[in-house]
Write a protein that binds this ligand. Structure first.
Ligand SMILES: [Zn+2]
Length: 453
């Protein structure tokens, strides 16, 4: 509950003007991690200098470390020795497709009609600016957090680089297990599900794993006029065909049941009854979502997609070899090893060789019945009073997965409103954020830090 002391503190900390200008300055530095070879490290170094210029109090009061050449770690000492919290964001961005026509140049940082435009506005410089603004504002009011607060900013998230891994290992080596980790992921969305009438702050409590597998079959070669029953190409096709969506059993993560329960409270009529029934019966949810396919199915089961296939050299020659590449997204609770075993069993052909190209385990699932989730919910109720705080499971990977290997309470949420069109602009065209949304995002972090115990 929001005590009078908190309300007073929120009112007495005056947010500075100019959050849009600060974000614009950040956008103007093309920190494109995938183009570091060609653009060099200069934009990244300039970004670090810019932070020092824009946030003098942060740089005066917080201790600073680097992990790898692009991992920035700030430590704000709190008044107790309780386990710290970690607020995360990344300052690298994805490239801009030259053939895309942007309304404003992607690295101009145009501010117009109450919006800030440009690559990184939402992913992830907007979420970064709201963290730093909140800390700077609290410092200017003389505030000290009740426990240590770390700010961890990676410069290679979009290329699966090592900065966040190095930072999280450094903390773990010091015996630090964060009480709470908060990184990008969900956002404040308008219509989270059909028939749900209020906005929702979607908080990712876990992320699926990723697995790339290559299937290979060898043949004897020879002329195609007298073929065997199954050529190498035929064998691989059959293997791929056996991997139907039903290869993996659906199972409802706890977060999804809780999500449905919260949505039931915020809808009416038949949808309300439906969400209630599903929330109370996880096995039924699993079956229904699996039948729906697409995103609902991806929420409840490991998915498999054949993404590449090759084999053979000529139209009239038996192929000596054929292969296919599978991309799998591993459901929470499964492992790389169990997934590979299941794929191998389902194919049921000893002459198809199954090889793991790359595997990243799914994260654990963070609880939603703890003090950490309650704190997030309370901060949302300050910054976005209309929004319900709702857990879900993410399909995409974030830097926070490195912390999730040893920290139990890791959440993925950026406190910014994002419409469906805006979400599509992430990694796409005309990425933009509303200035009012940045202001509410800053308030979210301020409310969270003020309520830390
Ligand atoms: Zn991102």
């Amino acid at each position: 509950m929001s005590s009078p002391r908190h309300r007073l503190a929120e009112a007495s900390v005056v947010a500075r003007e100019g959050i849009a200008e600060r974000l614009s300055r950040m956008i103007q530095l093309p920190t494109v991690s995938a183009e570091r070879e060609t653009r060099g490290i200069a934009p990244f170094d300039a970004f670090v200098d810019l932070l020092a210029e824009l946030y003098p109090l942060v740089h005066e009061h917080l201790e600073r470390e680097r992990h790898t050449d692009v991992g920035l770690l700030f430590r704000w000492r709190g008044s107790s020795a309780s386990d710290p919290i970690v607020l995360m964001a990344h300052y690298d961005v994805v490239p801009v497709d030259e053939s895309d026509a942007w309304t404003h140049p992607p690295f101009e940082g145009r501010i117009q009609d109450g919006w800030v435009f440009g690559r990184g506005a939402l992913d992830d410089k907007g979420p970064l600016v709201v963290i730093l603004d909140a800390v700077e504002n609290l410092l200017s009011a003389g505030f000290m957090p009740s426990r240590d607060v770390y700010l961890s900013f990676g410069g290679d998230e979009e290329v699966f680089g090592g900065a966040a891994r190095a930072t999280s290992s450094a903390l773990r080596d010091r015996g630090i297990v964060p009480w709470l980790v908060l990184d990008e992921g969900g956002a404040v969305v308008d219509a989270p599900l059909p028939f749900v009438k209020s906005p929702a702050a979607m908080v990712g409590v876990g992320e699926k794993g990723v697995l790339t597998v290559r299937l290979t079959a060898r043949g004897d070669g020879g002329h195609a006029s007298a073929p065997p029953t199954l050529t190498a190409v035929g064998r691989i096709s059959r293997a791929v065909g056996r991997l139907s969506p039903a290869t993996f059993r659906p199972r409802t993560p706890q977060a999804v049941s809780r999500m449905l329960r919260l949505f039931a409270d915020r809808s009416s009529g038949a949808p309300r009854a439906l969400y209630r029934v599903l929330a109370a019966a996880p096995p039924l949810t699993a079956r229904v979502f699996a039948v729906l396919g697409g995103e609902p199915a991806a929420l409840v089961r490991t998915t498999v997609a054949a993404t590449m296939q090759s084999g053979g050299t000529a139209a009239n020659v038996l192929p000596s070899q054929a292969s296919a590449t599978l991309n799998l997204r591993i459901a929470l609770g499964q492992t790389v090893a169990s997934t590979v075993r299941r794929v191998t069993r389902r194919i049921g052909d000893a002459r198809v060789h199954v090889e793991v190209i790359e595997g990243d385990e799914p994260s654990p699932e963070s609880p939603t019945d703890n003090a950490q989730f309650a704190l997030l919910t309370e901060a949302v109720s300050v910054s976005h009073p209309d929004a319900a705080t709702v857990p879900y499971v993410m399909m995409a990977a974030t830097d926070s997965r490195h912390f999730h290997r040893f920290a139990p309470a890791v959440y993925r949420f950026a406190p910014l409103e994002m419409s469906a069109a805006q979400r599509a602009s992430i990694h796409g065209v005309d990425e933009r954020v509303e200035i009012a949304a940045l202001e509410r995002g800053e308030l979210f972090h301020r409310a969270l830090l003020l309520r830390l115990q």
